[in-house]
Design a binder for this molecule. Sequence first.
Ligand code: ZN
Length: 218
Amino acid sequence: MAAVVGIYAEPKEKIDFRKISGFVEGNLGFTVKLKRLKHGIVQSKGLLYNPIATGRLFEKVRLKKSDIDILITDRLIATYEDSDRRLHVRAAVFGYPSVISTSGIVEAPAKPKEYYLQKQKYSLLKAWELKEGEVKKVFRDRFIDYHDKRMPEVLKGFVSQAIFFNLTGSPFCEKKNCRLFNAHWQEDLIKAQIHSGKFCKNHQQELKSIKEEVGCHA
Ligand SMILES: [Zn+2]
């Protein structure tokens, strides 16, 4: 059973990771080791994420005693989807290591439709640059933006998803009030990670047994 989670922060990330470590240690019982990287290692061609090139660089910085590895980057990354033959920007790509992109958290889940309408309206009037701040203020509670104070809180959920991916192969939950909910809309993301900030009953149960098992091996 895994006992140590390694969180690797790319150089530009200014986030307070102690909040995230505390959350993981408290809820899942893992020991978290944080490593700040000197150089960015997440590799992509254009936006397309390259897991092989990233993995190769990752091996050089990997913590010796880490069982679950999670990279946090501000790089925007996408994956190619066969279903519609398009690139999709991602908040997280789960794997070994998993990669969580803070820019992806801002860009991947859709903002409210009304926001796009406002943006379109002011863009047509060539006034978007002037109005952007004002409009964003109105929609502040409905999406996560760059340099958002809520980012560490949101990251707790994505880190939990990466850990569930490692332990069970399935990072997501279909319940909208669960930290593991796979949000396609910013409003759903905020609901799961900020307003609820909890796991559903089933996952709470699962966390309890994970914590007990980790405790036995720590
Ligand atoms: Zn759940």
